[in-house]
Design a protein around this ligand. Structure first.
Ligand code: FAD
Ligand code: SIN
Length: 521
């Protein structure tokens, strides 16, 4: 098997991976392996903005309080402190590298999003914040000599033995090679594709979580999936996000009879926490027997809407919806994975030599529910920290001879792959979605067990490997949702609607027989 050696291997090229690469470049050879083109990532599609306490009316302490409150009692305070305290420096640094956030005159323009008590969300080109951040980071990485970029290179498994990670097996042009590294940074993003309704791009298939689990690392808080309330629901249209910033600027949610209803559910109305808004929409859809609700901006000045949300305006227009005149049909969709590979505040996982940052990681910074626009900041802050910590990894790269080769064939194939993928995503959306209960979770467990055999084989194509990872992660999410018999943050059990007994984390690892072992922490 072909082997490539590098000092640092980074898997994934969104905000977290690229920010880690920038930190690592002065310390040795860096290889960024990513499964599609470099920019394809959730980061590229992020709309609303990046939260940071930089405005005159804001303070780091207030950002801290808002984040803790959104996390509903399960945030790790140290991680939140790191995020809000280091956030301003990371953003100013990004501006120094050329990021152009929107301004009024010379002053940075801050918008409001749900559960923020201040206007603190920076945005770029109206609603293309992630694209601007990704542009700047890609440019920066491209100018760094020590960073090698490897697009269309899918990591299929970590190389791990005796609690240490030595790199990863990479599938590239139909062949598997071995990349051996002093330290490996997982930055593979989330797993929204596990659900049939999602804002996430195709690459978000939870690969990092599944690989880490198989390699012996600990996952945490896997039951916490954030559902975004307002995602386009129109025939033939993609599941396109309609940014929360629209509600921050005054958009109203109405039921199919045109009635606003959010104030009946929460005093903060449209700007209540996301889980509350998503559940209110589901209740209203059930109450009115409808498949969607409406997001309404028609009362706002048309020029303002077009200038403030140019990308959303253009996209909706392609599907015959003029958002300045028409109400937009929307429903919630899976959006962000709060759980992930358990790390400390420096990205260290439970495996030596393996670091994780961004959406794949669980530092505990989001607790049971992420505060809007905190994840781009998370990628910058914890990506940089993981890079710094990885740079310190001692040179323990062991002799290769002992390391197992990944079998490069013959590979198994998955019969009726598309049908199974659809089935998985539907089960997760219908039974492990916004509202869960013991019965729905039992049924999900049963249906997933019929797909579980897929996780035991090795495959040679991206689509098959992705399905395997999605099934493996979905099983952990479902077991975790089943085990947590209470409701907190984004995890809502209709059979246990109260929060009592809910203030703990659930960690998962895989034992040598491949069984999932939970641990309450
Ligand atoms: P990503 O940006 O998703 O990058 C993951 C990378 O890993 C990709 O390059 C992918 O190709 C690669 N990868 C995955 N698996 C493998 C593998 N097996 N091998 C190799 N490479 C792999 N957050 C905010 O803070 N503000 C917002 O306004 C906002 N808006 C959003 C809008 C949308 C539509 C979506 C989907 C998310 C939004 N979020 C927002 C969330 C935020 O964008 C993400 O949480 C964040 O960008 C994740 O960054 P990341 O670097 O961890 O992962
Ligand atoms: C949005 O623009 O609504 C997404 C913001 C986020 O997920 O943080």
């Amino acid at each position: 098997m072909e082997t490539e050696r590098t000092d640092f291997l980074i898997i994934g090229s969104g905000v977290a991976g690229l920010r880690a690469a920038i930190e690592l470049a002065p310390h040795g050879r860096v290889l960024v392996a990513t499964k599609d083109v470099l920019r394809e990532s959730s980061t590229e599609y992020a709309q609303g903005g990046v939260a940071v306490a930089l405005s005159d009316e804001d303070e780091v302490g207030i950002h801290y309080e808002d984040t803790i409150k959104a996390g509903d009692g399960l945030c790790r305070e140290e991680a939140v402190r790191v995020l809000v305290e280091e956030g301003p420096e990371r953003i100013l640094e990004l501006i120094g590298w050329g990021a152009e956030f929107d301004r009024t005159g010379t002053k940075l323009d801050f918008t409001l999003e749900a559960a923020h008590s201040r206007r603190r969300v920076l945005h770029a080109h109206g609603d293309s914040t992630g694209r601007e951040i990704e542009r700047v980071l890609v440019n920066k990485v491209t100018t760094m000599k020590g960073v090698k970029r490897l697009p269309f290179s899918m990591s299929i498994d970590l190389i791990a033995e005796d609690g240490t990670c030595y790199g990863a097996y990479i599938l590239r042009e139909g062949r598997v090679c071995r990349v051996v590294a002093r330290a490996t940074v997982l930055a593979t993003g989330g797993g929204g594709q596990i659900f049939s309704r999602t804002t996430n791009p195709e690459v978000a298939t939870s690969d990092g979580m599944a690989m880490a689990l198989r390699a012996g690392a600990v996952l945490e808080d896997m039951e916490f999936v954030q559902f975004h309330p307002t995602v386009l629901f129109a025939p033939g249209a993609p599941q396109f996000l309609l940014s929360e910033a629209m509600r921050g600027e005054g958009a109203v949610i109405r039921n199919i009879y045109g009635e606003p209803f959010m104030k009946h559910y929460h005093p903060d109305g449209e700007l209540a926490p996301r889980d509350v808004v998503s559940r209110a929409i589901v209740s209203e859809m059930v109450r009115t027997g409808s498949g969607h609700v409406y997001l309404d901006l028609t009362h706002l000045e048309s020029r303002f809407v077009k200038e403030r949300f140019p990308r959303i305006y253009r996209t909706c227009l392609q599907f015959d919806i003029d958002i300045t005149r028409d109400r937009i049909p929307v429903t919630p969709a899976a959006h962000y994975t709060m759980g992930g590979v358990r790390t400390d505040c420096d990205g260290r996982t439970s495996l030596r030599g393996l670091y994780a940052a961004g959406e794949v990681a669980c530092t505990g910074v989001h607790g049971a529910n992420r505060l809007a626009s905190n994840s781009l900041l998370e990628g910058l802050v914890f990506g940089a920290r993981a890079g710094m910590a990885a740079a310190e990894t001692p040179l323990t790269m062991r002799e290769l001879q002992g390391l197992a080769s990944h079998p490069s064939g013959p590979w198994a194939t998955i019969e009726d792959r598309e049908e199974k993928r659809t089935r998985l995503r539907r089960v997760m959306w219908e039974r492990v979605g916004i509202i869960r209960c013991a019965e729905s979770l039992e049924r999900a467990k049963k249906e997933l067990s019929s797909l579980a055999g897929i996780t035991e084989e090795r495959y040679g194509t991206r689509q098959e490997l992705e399905l395997k990872n999605m099934i493996q992660t979905a099983i952990v999410m479902t077991e975790a949702a089943f085990l947590r018999r209470c409701s907190i943050g984004a995890h809502y059990r209709s059979d246990h609607p109260r929060k009592e007994g809910c203030l703990h984390h659930i960690q998962w690892r895989m034992d040598e027989e491949g069984r999932l072992v939970p641990n309450r922490a």
